[in-house]
Design a protein around this ligand. Structure first.
Ligand code: F3S
Length: 71
């Protein structure tokens, strides 16, 4: 069953080392800057249906740089 909660993603710039897994898993949620570091797209809002991708991206970041914020 779908949850009514919306979530946002946030990349901790101090932790991100540019492993790029997040962008490969969820290219509509994360973009890379000129140094290959990730940042959330559009304020980090996760559209309905992409929640699992957001969770997968967080789980696959070796630097634990991705935070999920429930709203
Ligand atoms: Fe950075 Fe982690 Fe993505 S290190 S590029 S936030 S996989």
């Amino acid at each position: 069953m779908a949850s009514n909660k919306s979530i946002r993603v946030r990349v901790d710039q101090a932790k991100c080392q540019g492993h790029n897994r997040c962008h490969r898993i969820a290219p509509t949620l994360f973009e890379l800057d000129e140094l290959g570091h990730s940042r959330e797209i559009g304020g980090g809002e996760v559209p309905a249906g992409l929640e699992q991708k957001a969770l997968l991206a967080r789980a696959n970041c070796p630097e634990f740089a991705i935070e999920i914020i429930e709203e």
